[in-house]
Design a protein around this ligand. Structure first.
Ligand SMILES: [Zn+2]
Length: 188
């Protein structure tokens, strides 16, 4: 049986072989980062490419990926934009194309603009709790305009759904009249 150390050495050899067969240096090659940066520049030629690339990253990894790629993105017109600017572009893109967005658990959810719908009794939906949805007459659906985080608040009365959303930390950006999720609200 192979020890952990051997397994890691095998994995390293595998990665080295893959890198070298792609014409890159091995993991020990100090030039590797620069080579990856060069490749990234061949693939990402405009802001939209970078935006779509960031959009594929899970929400909790997006900041790290952005920071790692940023040094290689100075060739974009006017330089690399802020992560928030790309997030806002992603949001507009999702809205225009009605693309699915990432929910709290990282799973994709259909894009829905902020709305309030009335549920028919007995109708089941995407639910945190089937009970809530069976008995909820209203579902408040909020999409954060900054990070595209999506959350549903079911309740018998719509005022209750709004109350729970506010208690959870969702706020309205009064200047832009849009909903902001608790995580983004913390950063304001
Ligand atoms: Zn947010």
């Amino acid at each position: 049986m192979k020890t952990e150390k051997h397994k890691r050495a095998d994995e390293r050899k595998f990665v080295d072989r893959a890198l070298m067969s792609a014409g890159l240096g091995s993991l020990d090659d100090p030039g590797l980062v620069g080579q990856i940066g060069f490749l990234a520049r061949q693939i990402i030629k405009e802001h939209k490419d970078f935006m779509l690339w960031l959009g594929k990253a899970p929400l909790d990894k997006r900041r790290d990926m952005y920071e790692a790629m940023k040094p290689f993105m100075d060739h974009l017109p006017g330089g690399c934009k802020s992560l928030e600017a790309y997030q806002a572009d992603l949001m507009i893109d999702a809205e225009v194309r009605q693309l699915p967005i990432q929910g709290a658990d990282g799973n994709l959810l259909p894009f829905r603009a902020q709305d309030l719908v009335t549920r028919k009794p007995g109708e089941l939906g995407v639910a945190q709790s089937i009970f809530d949805h069976e008995y909820a007459k209203h579902v408040l659906r909020l999409t954060c305009k900054r990070c595209t985080f999506f959350e549903e608040f079911p309740a018998i009365r719509k005022e209750d759904a709004v109350f729970v959303a506010r208690e959870t930390g969702w706020i309205i950006d009064l200047r832009e009249q849009v909903e902001i999720c608790p995580k983004c609200a913390e950063k304001l």
